[in-house]
Write a protein that binds this ligand. Structure first.
Ligand code: CUA
Length: 195
């Protein structure tokens, strides 16, 4: 074999492997674009069809002073009718319970939830409604929703947070709006109706 044929073969092999590499890269580029497109389609579908809520803006809170000062002190937890007329629920999650254990809200009225965690990552979902969020230490999770039906809903923790995770849940009592507003005139914080 002469020197020039050897060189020619080396060039051929090089071209062939370049071709194979380009084809593989194109294939992966198409797959990645398809994955991104299907995730976007899923987000749009769940957003429009199931009224899923996008993540809230980032708001931070100091875990170390949570119990001592600010809006998440114990006396400020629960449902409040704010001065501006908005209904706001403030809650804290910790291993392995929610404070408060029972939340009362008016039916058919926008309710804003504001919650955080003191230790691990927790989360909650209210029954089969779209009230669903994660509670992360150091951050305030907030969303606004309304509950059309009167009744009681279970509110379990839905982020695995340790051995007591399954036992971590609270209740949400949805009461008629007129009853709620009549009650909230008399007291600052609303408690659940004992059963
Ligand atoms: Cu808290 Cu799971």
């Amino acid at each position: 074999m002469t020197r020039s044929t050897q060189q020619g073969r080396a060039v051929d092999t090089h071209r062939l492997s370049e071709h194979v590499a380009n084809a593989a890269e194109r294939r992966w580029a198409v797959i990645v674009v398809l994955i991104v497109a299907s995730l976007l389609a899923m987000m749009i579908f769940t957003g429009l069809h199931w009224a899923a809520m996008p993540p809230s803006r980032v708001e931070t809170v100091d875990v170390r002073t949570l119990h001592i000062k600010g809006e998440f002190v114990e006396s400020n937890l629960g449902t409040a009718l704010e001065k501006d007329g908005n209904v706001v629920v403030r809650l804290i999650a910790q291993q392995y319970s929610f404070s408060p254990q029972c939340i009362v809200v008016p039916a058919g009225t926008p309710v804003t939830f504001r919650g955080t965690s003191t230790d691990a990552i927790h989360g909650f979902v209210v029954g089969r409604t779209n009230a669903n969020t994660m509670l992360v230490p150091g951050f305030v999770s907030t969303f606004t929703t309304s509950f059309p039906k009167v009744g009681e809903q279970l509110m379990p923790c839905h982020e695995y947070c340790g051995i007591g995770h399954e036992a971590m849940w609270a209740r949400v009592q949805v009461i008629p709006a007129d009853e709620f507003f009549a009650k909230s005139k008399n007291s600052e914080r609303l408690n659940c109706v004992p059963r």
